[in-house]
Design a protein around this ligand. Structure first.
Ligand code: MLC
Ligand code: AMP
Length: 512
């Protein structure tokens, strides 16, 4: 039987000329560095051999919190190649967050930045992890030192489509993150569908400017280029001006809406600067129609908006090929080939065209469940096996899907998910706090900005700035409220439920 290992699938897409450049760094230590396809093949073999030499139990998790670098991408590929399970972690996560992920996932191996070794290894070893390696963004650290002694030849471990490839933690409405379990088959099938649907061409060049610890940068962008044997221009950190400066030699760009908003603020964004580009793709958060229109006016290109999530990878996309239809602003396009999308009301009945309901999905891309949370998994699937996305939307007569909101209490800030329940939990534990409500309100840069409304305990006096400073040491910086109000009480309805809609309405102009 064929090996369904995702690495083997991606490796089969490498070009015949392995000495061609696969990745060129655009920033970071030593840039520009050039990595050939052979470099990717050899280095991933060496790291995979290092992992195999550890004789880890089957299904071992390898948790990684490192700065973005080509070597960090190689580590991901090596974990797949060795047949282990990759667990990427946002670099913004603080110790309490890392402690939860490591405690929950029980990784056999943890890889962290050299500067974080002391505290990360303390957490990892006390959770039972056997091996902690370091990897810096300048090729420093014990991982590469150890891998340097390993063979550069390695046969990918045999894996079936249903075998686990990665766990992506996604926050929960109850405040605790859940690990979405994605298989080799989930990821490979989605990458192959996107390769065809987005018409990847042999000479495509991708400007890769997203972080590689979430679906968008790690799977959608990297898999796309690797599977197609296409060169990447690799930014470790997004810089709007520098990204525009590379469009002359590139053809594809993928970004969250904030990236487009920031590029629009650059005078260098002109039709001439984008003349070589073929495709601009946006996702992870709603793209404002204004941004969609401004982009077209400024560059002559129509952004292709698509929709997906950690549990499912990509679900819908506006067409790439004009013969399949126009790219419609404000919509996320059509269900991808092989993906089932339906819109249902609260009673589980299919909504008519134009009617708004909960979006449910099925397909080879949909995850199998949450890591060690069978009850939670059961709740999120319908009796007939469709996954309830928590997004609310509708189909129009042309078959385009529009997302109109979310039934889950979720804020998306600059493409990162922030769950109010989690932030409220942290704030409520602070001394002198009686209760709090965390909301998202329109933000010109991040789409939504996090705002907290906090009620002190009787007799206590709270200093909003001090709370914000305190939160910065406890939670990832993008989750920290951009503004915090101290108020005597929260608006409640007759049932006693906090009326977040009133708070959102009250503060909607805060960042205007
Ligand atoms: C940074 N900051 C943010 C933020 N990013 N605040 C709110 N929301 C964000 N997303 C704040 C920091 O806390 C810090 O504040 C200050 O900005 C500077 O930090 P930085 O790290 O230098 O910021 P910057 O490099 O400008 O980052 C902004 C960004 C980044 C937009 C480039 O957030 C980003 O790369 N976002 C992409 C996220 C992504 O890839 N999402 C895909 C998820 S996958 P202070 O106060 O501490 O100074 C998914 C599925 C799908 O959703 O469909 O794709
Ligand atoms: P995550 O859990 O980080 O994978 O985020 C997934 C969520 O991002 C989805 O459930 C949607 O709410 C949102 N999302 C992704 N793409 C889009 C889009 N194009 N428009 C609106 N929301 C999106």
């Amino acid at each position: 039987m064929d090996n369904q290992n995702l690495f083997a699938t991606l490796r089969a897409g490498f070009p015949t000329d392995l000495d061609a450049v696969a990745i060129e760094t655009a920033d970071g230590p030593g840039a520009p560095l050039h990595y050939t396809w052979r470099d990717l093949d050899r280095a991933t073999a060496m790291i995979a051999n290092l992992l195999e030499g550890l004789a880890l139990p089957a299904g071992s998790r390898v948790a990684v919190q490192t700065e973005k670098s080509v070597e960090a991408l190689m580590l991901y590929l090596a974990v797949l190649r060795a047949g282990h399970v990759f667990l990427p972690l946002n670099t913004a996560y603080q110790s309490a967050e890392i402690e939860y992920f490591i405690g929950n996932a029980e990784p056999a191996v943890v890889v962290c930045s050299p500067k974080n070794f002391a505290w990360v290894s303390r957490i990892a070893f006390s959770a039972g992890t056997d091996h902690v390696f370091t990897l810096g963004d300048d090729r420093s650290g014990s991982l590469l030192e150890r891998a340097a002694h390993c063979s550069d030849r390695h046969t990918p471990a045999v894996r079936q489509a249903g075998d686990l490839a990665a766990i992506l933690y996604t926050s929960g409405t109850t405040g605790r993150s859940k690990g979405a379990m994605l298989s080799h088959g989930n990821l490979a099938s989605n990458a192959q569908v996107l390769q065809r649907y987005w018409g990847w061409r042999p000479d495509d060049v991708l400007v890769h400017a997203l972080p590689i610890f979430h679906v968008h940068g790690l799977f959608v962008a990297s898999h796309g280029a690797l599977l197609n044997g296409s060169r990447m221009i690799w930014f470790s950190k997004f810089d709007p001006k520098a990204a525009i400066g590379r469009f002359a030699e590139a053809t594809v760009f993928m970004g969250v809406p904030t990236l487009y908003v920031r590029m629009l603020a650059e005078a260098a964004l002109t039709p001439a600067a984008c003349a070589h580009m073929r495709l601009f793709i946006s996702g992870s958060a709603p793209l404002l129609t204004e941004t969609f229109n401004d982009w077209r006016a400024r560059t002559g290109h129509t952004i292709l908006e698509r929709y997906g999530m950690s549990e499912t990878v990509m679900l819908t996309s506006n067409p790439c090929d004009a013969a399949q239809g126009e790219r419609r602003g404000g919509t996320v396009g059509f269900p991808l080939p092989g993906v089932g999308v339906r819109v249902r009301d609260d009673q589980g009945r299919d909504c008519a065209t134009g009617e708004i309901g909960g979006i449910e999905v099925t397909g080879p891309n949909v995850f199998s469940g949450y890591w060690r949370m069978p009850e939670k998994t059961k709740e999120e699937f319908t009796a007939d096996g469709w996954f309830k996305t928590g997004d609310v939307g509708r189909f129009d007569a042309g078959g385009y899907v529009t997302i109109v909101g979310r039934s889950k209490d979720l804020i998306i800030s600059g493409g990162y998910n922030v769950y109010p329940a989690e932030i409220e939990g942290v704030i409520n534990d602070l001394p002198g706090v009686a209760e709090s409500a965390v909301i998202g309100v329109p933000h010109p840069d991040f789409g939504e900005g996090v705002v907290a409304v906090v009620v002190p305990k009787p007799g206590a006096s709270l200093d909003g700035a001090a709370i914000v400073a305190d939160l910065k040491s406890r939670i990832a910086n993008f989750k920290v409220p951009k503004h915090l109000f101290v108020v005597p009480d929260l608006p409640r309805n007759a049932m006693g439920k906090v009326q977040k809609n009133l708070l959102r309405d009250q503060h909607k102009g805060l960042f205007a």
